[in-house]
Design a protein around this ligand. Structure first.
Ligand SMILES: *[C@@H]1O[C@H](CO)[C@@H](O)[C@H](O)[C@H]1NC(C)=O
Ligand SMILES: *[C@@H]1O[C@H](CO)[C@@H](O)[C@H](O)[C@H]1NC(C)=O
Length: 288
């Protein structure tokens, strides 16, 4: 398949692969790692960079140190999607510390091990600047719909959250001077990583190296994914969140927007080095 030619596995990324497999298969956070406080996007409401329920877009930031001060690792977490009024409304009210449609409850957080400051468990990135963006939009950080449905008061603004967080870090924390930058995500965040990889890179024109790692984000058109027929399901996500104009044009020129949520239809055109990691044992996708 053509996209395999696009996958560039730099030697250091092989170590990352090893590390990822090791850590993601074990635990989400290390008990000994410090917790990081939430940051709300400045003027998020005025900018409209908000979660499904209208609460401010948010992220967790830990400053880089030693020779990592100019390096950045940005994480996009997973959490599936919502694809209709009812589904997104439910999600906007789901609450909880990782509420997938709201930032109302955002306690301090231990970051994933790939963002651990502990050198012994994270030798490659322990001293990098770390950013973890709250996933609260229901569409893999891709939507930016200005209109708000008066009935539901749902906001579809994940793309705006993603860009606002990066702009804020560039303006206030030195990300504009990033030497190395890595965008990483898993599941719905892994898909977000693929779809936002070139955008991430274009926001950092001064960086020496920009790369992306998608863990479990290469969704396939299996016939019996748990929710529904995958093709119909992704088409409904693209339609509800009005993603057509934000998906890669090289794809939407050729096929329906819903199909452009499938990485197989977009990775050939991604310019930025992208590393794909998908488990053989991924129960979400192995039923075909
Ligand atoms: C770093 O991780 C190791 C291995 O898990 C652990 O033994 C050690 O206590 C951790 N160090 C700090 C400072 O948390
Ligand atoms: C996190 O917030 C708490 C409460 O406001 C504060 O006491 C603590 O110092 C903060 N931690 C960091 C690392 O900024």
């Amino acid at each position: 398949m053509g996209y395999q030619n696009q996958i560039m596995i730099a030697p250091c990324l092989k170590r990352v692969l090893y590390l990822l497999v090791l850590i993601i298969s074990q635990v989400k956070g290390q008990g000994t790692d410090p917790q990081v406080n939430v940051t709300f996007i400045t003027d998020a409401i005025a900018k409209g960079a908000v979660c499904l329920d209208g609460s401010p877009g948010a992220y967790y930031f830990a400053q880089g140190f030693e020779d990592g001060v100019d390096n950045w690792i940005v994480y996009l977490p997973g959490g599936a999607w919502c694809n209709s009024k009812d589904d997104c409304l439910r999600r906007s009210k789901s609450g909880g510390a990782d509420g997938l449609g709201s930032s109302k409850n955002a306690p301090p957080k231990t970051l994933f091990p790939i963002q651990s400051p502990n050198k012994s468990i994270n030798p490659d990135f322990y001293n990098w600047n770390k950013v973890y963006i709250r996933y609260c939009d229901g569409a893999s950080f891709m939507a930016d719909v200005e209109a708000v449905d008066p009935e539901t008061q749902l906001y579809l603004r994940g793309r705006r959250i993603f860009i606002s967080v990066l702009e804020e870090l560039m303006a206030t924390k030195g990300m504009a001077n990033a030497a190395n930058a890595l965008l990483v995500g898993d599941s719905a965040g892994g898909l977000a990583t693929i779809l936002n990889c070139d955008r991430f890179s274009s926001l950092l024109p001064m960086a020496r190296r920009v790369k992306c790692i998608s863990d479990s984000g290469f969704f396939i058109q299996a016939k019996d994914l748990p929710e529904d027929n995958a093709r119909r399901y992704f088409a409904s996500i693209a339609a509800f969140h009005e993603l057509a104009e934000f998906l890669p044009e090289s794809c939407t020129q050729r096929m329906d927007p819903g199909l452009c949520l499938f990485p197989e239809n977009v990775v050939d055109d991604i310019q930025t080095p992208l590393f794909l990691l998908n488990s053989d044992f991924d129960r979400y996708q192995d039923r075909e």
